[in-house]
Write a protein that binds this ligand. Structure first.
Ligand code: DAH
Length: 345
């Protein structure tokens, strides 16, 4: 009796059909829910003679499995059909391709390189992982100069027998000066953009890496006047024709005399604001006449040749142009920040 019922249900299950989600759910309730037909077979099962229980039990399981599989099969078929029938609008225009933007530091670096290229400077490059010889020794740094200290410089390898062989991350692009002078003869007129590293705690105003552009010009009869004219031209090209410059005496081991250059504050026009600390001036670079010691250390006759050099910070110039208040923004890769420079690309 119960076996007939099972066979009948099995036949029904195998022939089940449904055309939408509600119908499928109705079938699931009819056969598999707590009050469904298969579950209610269990009540009859209790009355089955014990020698029959094994066979009947197996049949019920078989039926349950078949119903389960069939309903899942119907569900699958319905879902695939549903997806296939989704309308495709062939007339819709394509999604716009999102173009990347150039990094603000690259935009400003390119602008600076462009200005100096127009004045006859060519590009030069040097390694970021450098030796002491090029970063310090040939740049006329005294053996006990504080820049050679661990606190300022990241060392890759130290050599206690010969410090000039220490390997380090360059702390300034002036090291490229030494490389160029070693490998070429005057006249030399180059600019060297690149990344530099210093052992500083990272904050809004300091970072352990930043970017500089080094300039070097060596020839016969190069004077401080030439340096001043080139820097004035640069400042005016970069910040506008009415930009003023001023040179303050300073000290660098590799130049003599040395100076720091300020420009009239680009933000307030020289009247004083928070950015220029109400002085009307902002410092943008260091410069000077190449120290004869440097020329000699790099194999250039200091009696015949003179030269000037300068080094500027790309972040500083970018801050002046775009008022980026936190240096960390430059290296966080936040696309919302980078997108702000879309128009400058
Ligand atoms: N190397 C200096 C620095 O990192 C910048 C600098 C100053 C470069 C004067 C020069 C220079 O070439 O003449 O602070």
């Amino acid at each position: 009796m119960i076996l007939d019922k099972i066979d009948k249900l099995l036949k029904e299950v195998n022939e089940l059909k449904a055309s939408n989600a509600e119908e499928i759910e109705a079938l699931r309730l009819k056969y598999l829910s707590k009050k469904g037909e298969i579950t209610s077979l269990m009540a009859d099962f209790r009355n089955v003679a014990s020698d029959q229980k094994k066979v009947v039990g197996m049949k019920i399981n078989e039926l349950k499995q078949a119903a389960f599989e069939k309903i899942n099969y119907l569900k699958d078929q319905y879902e695939t059909a549903e997806n296939d029938s989704e309308d495709i609008d062939l007339t819709r225009s394509a999604y716009p391709i999102k173009l990347g933007t150039r990094h603000p530091l690259t935009i400003v670096k390119n602008e600076i390189v462009d200005i100096f290229s127009r004045m006859g400077f060519t590009l030069a490059d040097g390694p970021e992982v450098e030796d002491d010889l090029h970063v310090f020794t040939k740049m006329n740094f005294a053996a006990d100069h504080p820049a050679r200290d661990m606190q300022d410089t990241f060392f890759v390898e130290t050599n206690p027998e010969d410090v000039t062989k220490n390997i380090l991350l360059r702390t300034h692009t002036s090291s490229v000066q030494a490389r160029i002078m070693e490998n070429s003869k005057p006249p030399i007129r180059v600019i060297c953009p690149g990344r530099v590293y210093r052992n500083e705690a990272i904050s809004a105003r300091a970072h352990c890496f930043f970017h500089q552009i080094e300039g070097l010009y060596i020839d016969e009869n190069v004077s401080f006047k030439d340096l001043k004219q080139v820097l004035l031209t640069f400042a005016r090209e970069m910040f506008g024709a009415d930009t003023k410059i001023r040179l303050r005496p300073s000290y660098f081991p590799f130049t003599e005399p040395s100076a720091e250059m300020d420009i009239s504050c680009h933000i307030c026009g020289g009247v004083g604001c928070g950015f220029c600390k109400h002085t009307g001036w902002v410092e943008i670079l260091g410069c000077g006449m190449v120290d004869p010691n440097v020329l000699e250390l790099c194999g250039i006759d200091s009696k015949k040749y003179t030269g000037y050099a300068f080094g500027l910070g790309v972040e500083r110039i970018t801050n002046l142009k775009y008022q980026v208040s936190d240096l960390r923004m430059f290296s966080e890769n936040d696309t919302r920040f980078l997108k702000e420079f879309e128009a400058a690309n």
